[in-house]
Design a protein around this ligand. Structure first.
Ligand SMILES: NC(=O)c1ccc[n+]([C@@H]2O[C@H](COP(=O)([O-])OP(=O)(O)OC[C@H]3O[C@@H](n4cnc5c(N)ncnc54)[C@H](OP(=O)(O)O)[C@@H]3O)[C@@H](O)[C@H]2O)c1
Length: 249
């Protein structure tokens, strides 16, 4: 049995989407692909601030485990457990007086999660980052979004450093860089572009969750950085087509 750990309650807002991918859906896909490996995946959330060693069952058998990504990889490794098959990292710092919060959560927290994966043998890592993380290199230094986001503790720079750590780590990654997040239901089709391409646009949180989960189901997403927004005038494409259209670097 395998399970997916997801970091950050950001995806907690996506519980309905996660519910669309229950164990049988994933198991069906695996059976169709080969009929050999039947993984029944349980979605596990690494939830809040502290590992409490207490696990409680959520709707439809999901399990929630409390953890703080800043507390070091050993504790996270315990939270993830050795029966996880993938980690989806969707953490983001909370605004506070601590100007180092983005570095603690978005940078070191991500590093801790990657190191925890190595410790327990999890080889698949999905990281929710952001468009414009590499804004300086894209000629977007004066883009208001780039300026505003970096004004809060250089969060985009922290995320870019985290991305670089992931890419060098050897883990099988997919880095998902969404545009501005909306709580509204999806409006428009997902547009997926390669890294350092998009510098504006928004997307429903539901669609970000969908992309993160679909990345686990499509080999074409491996070792790729994808930037996503939603557009009402864009054609609807399958996830296979979307991920296949992005070149691995
Ligand atoms: N907002 C946007 O428009 C936007 C655009 C592009 C990319 N992004 C990226 O998407 C991610 C989520 O953004 P968001 O706006 O949805 O943020 P959010 O609602 O604040 O979600 C982030 C979650 O991370 C969790 N978290 C924070 N510190 C943690 C820690 N030390 N240990 C474990 N979990 C921790 C929090 O869980 P608790 O609730 O338990 O504290 C929080 O719910 C961020 O990485 C952000 O950079 C956001």
């Amino acid at each position: 049995m395998g399970r997916i750990a997801r970091g950050g309650s950001y995806l907690g807002k996506y519980d309905q989407v996660i519910e669309q991918f229950p164990a049988f859906h994933v198991a069906d896909k695996v059976i169709l692909l080969g009929g050999v490996m039947i993984w029944i995946m349980l979605l596990v959330a690494i939830w809040a601030r502290f590992i409490v060693g207490r696990r409680r069952k959520g709707p439809s058998g999901t399990m929630r485990v409390k953890a703080d990504v800043t507390e070091g990889f050993e504790k996270l490794a315990d939270a993830i457990g050795d029966d996880s098959v993938a980690v989806i990292c969707a953490t983001g710092f909370q605004y506070s007086l601590d100007v180092l919060a983005p570095w603690k959560v978005d940078y070191y927290g991500t590093i801790n999660l990657v190191d925890a994966c190595r410790k327990v043998g999890v080889s698949r890592f999905i990281f929710v980052s952001s468009i414009l993380v590499n804004g300086a290199a894209m000629g977007q230094l004066l883009n208001p979004a780039y300026i505003v986001l970096n004004a809060f503790g250089l969060v985009l720079m922290a995320k870019l450093q985290a991305e670089q750590y992931i890419r060098k780590s050897g883990i099988n990654y997919t880095i998902v860089r969404p545009g501005g997040l909306k709580n509204d239901p999806p409006n428009g089709s997902i547009v997926m572009e390669s890294e350092d391409t998009l510098f504006e646009g928004s997307i429903s949180r539901d669609q970000v969750a969908e992309v993160a989960v679909e990345a686990l189901l499509h080999q074409q997403s491996s070792y790729k950085v994808v930037e996503i927004v939603a557009r009402t005038d864009a054609p609807k494409k399958s996830f296979e087509d979307l991920f296949s259209s992005i070149q691995e670097r």
